[in-house]
Each structure stands twice: as structure tokens, then as C-alpha cells.
Design a protein around this ligand. Structure first.
Ligand SMILES: Nc1ncnc2c1ncn2[C@@H]1O[C@H](COP(=O)(O)OP(=O)(O)OP(=O)(O)O)[C@@H](O)[C@H]1O
Length: 251
């Protein structure tokens, strides 16, 4: 059986009396797109932050390829191959698209390099950055300053920056938020291509995107996973319809 790249075991997090993540079990297999859906306030972003290491869970475990990483810092997770798409605000506006991606590659570089390693890394970083920009369809914009890119192009740039880390799993929290329908189609195509390189845990409200991309879907309601399965199975799940959508089928 294929070993999951990521496993969550009974992950639990509360704020005061509010249980935001309630005994969550979830796994992501290599090269699958696993969508995490749920209504506003269900706890999706809090779960992603616990996986990435920005928030420490109260109980439970995060396993990376079978190894427990529940309490290790973010940068160590990144070195292991976990990436989170950068927010638009983390793009450096006065730097070119290429330099933004080159900088992202440094996050996975050695922390104490020799001069030879620095020179080699520089060359490799440029080549790697160019390849990443090509993968997301931004090759012709590599020398444009990030501030000159459209909002949709910047979202593509964030993906290129995450890809530069050569991740085994990419965490994407609402990558389509705020983009128009043309850009949404183009980002969907990019994500479909990316899964050849890595697994994706995708938080997304747009069900067309979820159905176009996901191999599996897990549904989070009030901090609990209420269903998990193929998109078709989840679509037919009565508890999902009741808890998430009311009785109406809005898909
Ligand atoms: N630091 C915090 N302190 C107190 N409550 C918090 C904190 N962070 C999140 N919450 C609460 O936890 C719940 C889940 O929030 P979260 O942002 O994870 O939900 P979400 O599913 O990502 O929502 P959305 O789809 O709207 O982004 C919400 O009720 C939120 O108000």
C-alpha cells in the first residue's frame, strides 16, 4: 500500500471554549489532489496552519512520511518538502518575477554554504526559477517587476515560488480567491499539471474547481471531518448535504 505523505491523527485545537479542530484524522497520498471543503469558520485555515507549523495543536499528531513532525518549526518542515503557497503580500513588489522565485529557492538551500556552493546555487536557482515560471505560464513575464503583474499573474507567481521549493506536498488555501473566471481556468490547468510533481492539499470554496481537480474530498464542519471520499461519494453523502448545504443540493 502507498504510504501517505501526510497523516493527521486526532488533531485537536481549541481557543477558549471553542473547539476549532476536533480530533481530525486525514491523510494525503503522494501526487493526489486532496480537497478540504467546508463552510466559513469550519476550521480549514486553522488546520492548514497546524500542518505547516504556524499553530501548535493541543493534542494529536502530524506525521510526514511516517515521521512525527507535530512540534517542529516551519523552516524544518519546508526542508522536508512541505510548501505553502505564498500570500500575495509576501511577493516583493520591486523585484522581478524571476528574482522573487529565486529568493524562494533560498529557503530550501543549505544554511552554511561554501563559496563554491553559493556560486553553484546561484546558477541552479536561476535555472530552477525559470523552469518554475514556465510551469505556471509566466515565462514571458520573468523580467517584469512583480508590481507590474496583474492580480491573477501574482497568484501564478505565488505558485511558482512554492514550486521552487521542490515540495512533495503543497498546501493551498483558497488559491482562486479574488481571481476572475479566465484566470481561474488558467490556475486550474496549472494545478492539474503540478500534481505530476507533488501532492496538493487544497482548501477551496469554488466547487467547479474542486470537482475539476480533486481525487479525494474531505468535508470539515465545525472542526470535524464529516465525510471523506471521491468527489462523487462526497456529493452523494447525506450528512454532507444536511450539515454543509442544508437539504438543498447546491453542487
Ligand atoms: N486565534 C484565534 N482565536 C480565537 N478564535 C479563532 C482564532 N483563529 C480562528 N478562530 C476561530 O476558529 C474558527 C475557524 O476559523 P478558520 O479561519 O480556521 O475557519 P475557515 O474554515 O478557514 O473559514 P473561512 O472559510 O471563512 O476562511 C472561527 O470561528 C474563527 O473565528
Amino acid at each position: 500500500m502507498t504510504e501517505p505523505v501526510l497523516q493527521l491523527r486526532a488533531l485537536t485545537k481549541s481557543y477558549g471554549g471553542l473547539i476549532v479542530t476536533d480530533n481530525v484524522d486525514l491523510n494525503v497520498l503522494p501526487n493526489e489532489v486532496h480537497a478540504l471543503i467546508g463552510p466559513n469558520g469550519a476550521g480549514k485555515s486553522t488546520l492548514i496552519a497546524q500542518i505547516f507549523g504556524e499553530i501548535t495543536p493541543d493534542k494529536g499528531a502530524v506525521l510526514w512520511c511516517g515521521e512525527e513532525i507535530t512540534r517542529i518549526p516551519v523552516h524544518q518542515r519546508v526542508r522536508k518538502g512541505l510548501a505553502r503557497s505564498f500570500q500575495v503580500t509576501s511577493v516583493l513588489p520591486e523585484f522581478t518575477a524571476l528574482d522573487n522565485v529565486r529568493l524562494a529557492t533560498l529557503a530550501s538551500a543549505s544554511s552554511n554554504p561554501s563559496a563554491f556552493e553559493v556560486a553553484a546555487a546561484n546558477l541552479t536557482a536561476t535555472e530552477r526559477a525559470q523552469t518554475c515560471l514556465e510551469r505556471v505560464g509566466l515565462a514571458t513575464r520573468s523580467n517584469a517587476r512583480a508590481e507590474a503583474l496583474s492580480y491573477g499573474e501574482r497568484r501564478h507567481l505565488e505558485l511558482a515560488m512554492a514550486l521552487a521549493l521542490e515540495p512533495r506536498l503543497m498546501l493551498l488555501d483558497e488559491p482562486m480567491a479574488g481571481v476572475g473566471s479566465d484566470e481561474s481556468h488558467s490556475l486550474t490547468a496549472v494545478l492539474r499539471d503540478l500534481r505530476q510533481s507533488c501532492a496538493i492539499l487544497l482548501v477551496e470554496h469554488d466547487m467547479d474547481v474542486v470537482f475539476a481537480l480533486a481525487d479525494r474530498v474531505s468535508v470539515l464542519v465545525a472542526g470535524r471531518i464529516v465525510a471523506s471520499g471521491s468527489p462523487a461519494e462526497v456529493h452523494e453523502d447525506h450528512e454532507v448535504k444536511r450539515a454543509y448545504f442544508g437539504e438543498e443540493d447546491v453542487w
